[in-house]
Design a protein around this ligand. Structure first.
Ligand code: ACO
Length: 321
């Protein structure tokens, strides 16, 4: 028997307000045609003032708990991956804990921007296997609309708000169920290519997203294809063994180019970027939840998660659900 972190449930939450490209074009100098052609994005959800990273995260967590058949009292670890916390401190994870009414447990945030969920899954996997908790809530939640420069058409059309969550449970398994391998990377020399131009220790302001889009694109395709190759090699599997890839949803062209590089058929890739845009750390668990709930991802499937974001940071995980 091997002790592994097993996927016990998924959940997600989206803000009430959905904004189409055409609606966006009324306030920004852009067009539906440009956005669809360059990114594949058609809609994004934008949080209202009463919807925050913590409330969206808690809503997604409730769904994941329900799917897992667990209650907040069963949870020993809550990790929220986010670049848009409700407050500089306390950690949004503790606010989610309070909203869920979960008793004393371990709760903290992980900041790795769009790869945050992969970082959080990897940390939770280690902590579950070494006995720090029996059940973990791993949440990606973002309100990127609050850090967008709505005058900058090169960035504001790309992002949306939302949250996704998974329950991971420690289980002694005889087969290859659960998280089989994770890989994480960071290359800080590229931190100026995708960043927020503010923060508590520099400007004392929240700041706005700034990005060198073409450079990000180039690095994303290379890094994601490499890290997918690494996790598959770790478990002795090949691209053709994968049932589903759940990629970070930044741009359909990045997703297509990465899949092509690995020789993955497009109909094995979960795509939500058209409906949600880039929700940063929320995008992978949001897409995962969608594909689990619509029946595409089934028990026994081999699923690969991958993401790349500011830092640069990137990572991948392979699991048998
Ligand atoms: N609407 C209309 N025109 C626009 C818009 C817009 N929203 N934004 C830029 N343009 C114009 C530019 O001004 C430029 O015009 P010009 O030729 O007259 O100067 C033209 O479109 C082309 O601009 P580029 O930046 O060269 O366009 P590109 O084809 O590189 O596409 C994009 C830009 C979509 C941002 C692309 O570089 C990209 O997807 N990069 C990856 C970035 C990304 O996904 N980041 C998300 C976070 S990182 C991550 O999650 C992996």
């Amino acid at each position: 028997m091997t002790r592994r972190a097993v996927l016990a449930g998924t959940g997600s939450a989206l803000p009430r307000t959905r904004v189409s490209n055409a609606e966006l074009a009324e306030r920004v100098d852009t067009s539906d045609e440009w956005i669809v052609e360059r990114t594949g994005i058609r809609f994004r959800h934008i949080a209202e003032p009463d919807e925050t990273t913590a409330t969206l995260g808690a809503d997604a967590a409730r769904e994941a708990l329900k799917a897992a058949g667990l209650s907040p009292a069963d949870i020993g670890l809550i990790i929220v991956a986010t670049a848009t916390p409700d407050n500089t401190f306390p950690a949004t994870a503790t606010k989610v804990q309070a909203l869920l009414g979960a008793p004393d447990c371990i709760a903290f945030d992980v900041a790795a921007v769009c790869s945050g969920f992969l970082y959080a899954v990897s940390v939770a996997d280690s902590m579950l296997r070494t006995g720090a908790a029996e059940h973990a809530l791993v949440i990606g939640s973002e309100t990127f609309s609050r850090i967008l420069d709505w005058e900058d058409r090169t960035t504001c059309v790309l992002f949306g708000d939302g949250a996704g969550a998974v329950v991971l449970s420690a289980k002694d398994v005889a087969d290859d169920q659960g998280i089989l391998a994770t890989r994480l990377h960071a290359e800080g020399q590229y931190c100026d290519m995708l960043y927020v131009d503010g923060g508590p220790s520099t400007t004392g302001t929240v700041g706005h997203v700034r990005m060198q889009g073409r450079e990000v694109f180039r690095h994303a395709v290379t890094n994601l294809a490499n890290v997918l190759g690494e996790v598959l090699a770790d478990v002795g599997l090949k691209a053709e063994d994968i049932d589903w890839v759940v990629p970070h949803q930044a741009n359909k062209r990045i997703i297509d180019a990465t899949a092509k590089k690995l020789g993955l058929p497009a109909d094995h890739v979960v795509l939500t970027v058209d409906q949600h845009a880039n929700t940063s750390a929320a995008s992978v668990p949001l897409a995962l939840d969608l594909a689990v709930r619509d029946g595409r991802i089934k028990r026994g499937d081999l699923v690969v998660l991958e993401a790349m974001g500011g830092g640069f940071t990137w990572g991948a995980a392979v699991l048998r659900v």
